[in-house]
Design a protein around this ligand. Sequence first.
Ligand code: UGA
Length: 461
Amino acid sequence: MARRIYVAGGGYVGLVSAACYAQKGNAVVLYEKDRFKRRTVASGRSWFYEPKLDEILEDVVKTGHLALARNPVNAIANSDFHMIAVGTPTRRDGAADLSELVMACRDVAKGLKKHTRYVVVAIRSTVPPGTTSGLVRDTLEHLSGKRAGREFGLVAYPEFLREGSAVHDTLHAERVVIGELDKRSGSSIMRLLRDFYGRSLPPTVRVSPSAAEMIKYASNAFLATKIAFINEIANLCEHFENVDVMQVAEGMGHDHRIGRAFLNAGIGFGGPCLPKDLKALTSLARRTGVDLRIAETTLSSNELQPLRMIQLARESIGTLKGRTGAVLGLAFKPSTSDMRVAPSVKIVRALIKAGMRVKVYDPAATKNAKTIFGRKVIYCKDISECLTHAHCCFIVTEWDEFKRIPPNLFMQRMANPVVIDGRRLFDPALDPRITYRGIGLGGRPPEVTVDRLCDTESASQ
Ligand code: UGA
């Protein structure tokens, strides 16, 4: 059965949800306050890069299943389900900034006032435990004059999609968590989800709103901890000959209690979610008087990890000053243009500070990179241009096209074939002429190559 759904917020969660619900035949109205974003979506395109999303948007905008609202209150008054998926960025003190959430709730409350039917409000934004049954409920009830649980339903319905596979994750979720204020609220949203997933309804956990909110934070904190843990093990592996963290992860991962996922050592976790949610969680714990030491340490451990790339480069080529670095990958992960809290930012800035001339290439994130680095780096149109005359190549994001670089390209293009692999894309055995250092790959550090090269060059001049 087709439903009328209102979605507030055209970010990753809101836009992908709106597109997918519309694709299933529902009548979805999206409200996004940013004019550029709203216009881009209204033209049937996404304002960020996300695989498969443009195809769906083009289709659902054309068929009219997805419409963009200029006036949220009217759209709310005509909808049965209201999903709030606005951003909850980090405040200066680390806590989640809930101001956009409050504004979205005010809009919904004004629309609710006009309703005569029972409708459901679902909070999809990541919010601290207690927010839905506290701040959200109070705002909705106060401004609408209606009672949650009686005249409208209220649930915390967190999202677990990953950027880069957001459409797939939405259509084939591994689990659904519903934090229901009361049974009727939960059952109403379950009806929508049964229509959406049909026979493949994922395992569903129905809990209180605060428990659902905690599940979201705890999940992201756990994933982040897993990454930070394997990164520290990787740093230790590097001190032992013939110890490779990838083999260690594989050996560990076969234990189903541990699992192989999220044991890819590298340059630290980034993006708009894991760091933000860990900060919000630790900030909440501090205010509650609880010591969340593992989460605190995960954050501080992650701060340092990108800088391992600089250390490995120094061990390989000596001083970085006056040399050229080729940075392959800027997005915080592949299949996205997102550079929010990307480890690449820290790495590029450290290279510039060390006096390197930095060339960069990313298949999708160059536009975003320009707003961060301005004219401080050289933007390249492809891998080959980026590698040309470089003394050291840094693999920062594991884009598929980097996995296919023929070893000969490093030899032909670079002034000195040195590869610092932050994502363990290459097999160093492929070409022994390349000086290769990979995160978590044990063995003796190579002899410094560029210093020697430069000495020889100056001696011959
Ligand atoms: C994360 C969670 O994985 C989602 O479940 C959640 O819904 C989302 O946050 C959110 O809260 O909205 P996302 O940030 O899109 O998703 O990306 P991840 O795949 O979790 O990667 C985050 C970072 O960890 C990336 O920088 C990635 O390179 C890094 N990572 C991931 C590793 O360094 N090693 C790994 O093994 C896995």
